[in-house]
Design a protein around this ligand. Structure first.
Ligand SMILES: O=P(O)(O)OC[C@H]1O[C@H](OP(=O)(O)O)[C@H](O)[C@@H]1O
Length: 313
């Protein structure tokens, strides 16, 4: 296996063949582990090269950064010891993703009353874990899924939930206010949570939050603790990914007008009622503590791996 394998894997993340904040984090841990098992010499340099390639794929999902930093925080003297330590850390991270999503389902589903209608946006494994678990517990629920232009991840959500037997209504993104009176809860996922408790999630999320607040519908976020951004504790802001205009309009229009295609937006914390994490349901104000207690080792240790990030190319 050569570095080409890492480059090809990074390409899958960029073109969204592998997508969803949790899924890409888990995928990166797996690719780093597989690459580490094949390296014959110059372990540190080779791993650093691989980590940088993966890091420079999608700038917003902080889970990617947290996954890479977690795995790359290996120790050992010889290459063999380093490899063993890295593989162990990668397996730990993968396990973290799997158990966190299940736990979020367990904790979040308690909040859902039978007979309710839930609105979700995009396609979040964590948000759907809450919904599916509520349904499995026998609660009578139904779901409104937004189509989530321009990539239509809402179609994935609709298929996934209806395969479970949950009744789903698919709506266009701009119909949320029209239907809000029929909704009891909004549940979305997260690409990042900042130190002040703001949510970075699929474009359109902040409009939904605004509508929910106006209608007094609880707005909940399902986010594993590796979605919290340690860098924001040091004052850095989250980079919002702008994707190819070709996702939005055909060439005949692109040649006439400018097109902007931000993939994410920011929902301030006062629109968020609750963040459901694997360590409990918390108010957004507690984001600071989660970052300090759970992810602080990334900031304080001498493990600043000095990987270069060029997200603007
Ligand atoms: O980790 P989970 O909960 O699956 O997904 C979290 C978020 O990742 C997705 O991003 P994209 O579709 O990869 O751009 C959506 O914004 C979704 O809410």
């Amino acid at each position: 296996m050569s570095i080409d394998y890492v480059v090809k894997s990074a390409e899958k993340i960029k073109n969204m063949e592998v997508r969803g904040a949790g899924r890409i984090a888990k995928f990166c841990a797996k690719v780093l582990m597989e690459y580490a098992m094949e390296i014959k010499k110059n372990f540190d340099e080779e791993m650093k090269k691989a980590a940088e390639i993966l890091l420079n794929t999608r700038p917003t999902a902080v889970s990617l950064y947290n996954s890479i930093y977690y795995v790359m925080d290996y120790s050992g003297e010889s290459d063999e010891e380093k490899r063993e330590s890295l593989v162990k850390r990668a397996k730990e991270f993968i396990e973290w993703v799997d158990t966190a999503q299940k736990e979020i389902g367990r904790i979040g589903s308690r909040r859902i009353k039978s007979g309710s209608t839930i609105l979700t946006h995009c396609n979040s494994a964590s948000a759907l874990s809450v919904i599916k678990e509520a349904y499995r517990k026998g609660k009578d629920i139904e779901v409104f899924a937004t189509e989530s232009r321009p990539r239509y991840q809402g179609h994935l959500t609709a298929k996934e939930l209806s395969a479970e037997g949950i009744p789903v209504t698919l709506i266009v993104d701009s119909a949320v206010r029209y239907f809000i009176r029929e909704i009891d809860y909004v549940i979305v996922g997260a690409d990042a949570i900042t130190v002040n408790g703001s949510l970075v999630n699929k474009i359109g999320t902040s409009q939904i939050a605004l509508i929910a607040k106006e209608a007094r519908v609880p707005f909940m976020v399902a986010a594993e603790t590796y979605k919290f951004s340690p860098k924001t504790l040091l004052g850095e802001s989250i980079v919002i990914e702008e994707r190819d205009p070709a996702e939005v309009a055909p060439e005949e229009l692109r040649s006439l007008v400018k097109i902007r295609n931000p993939a994410f937006d920011i929902t301030p914390r006062h629109y968020i009622d609750l963040i459901i994490t694997e360590i409990g349901a918390i108010p957004p104000e507690m984001a600071y503590l989660v970052i300090k207690e759970r992810l602080g080792y990334r900031l304080l240790g001498e493990d600043e791996l000095k990987l270069s990030v060029h997200h603007y190319d």
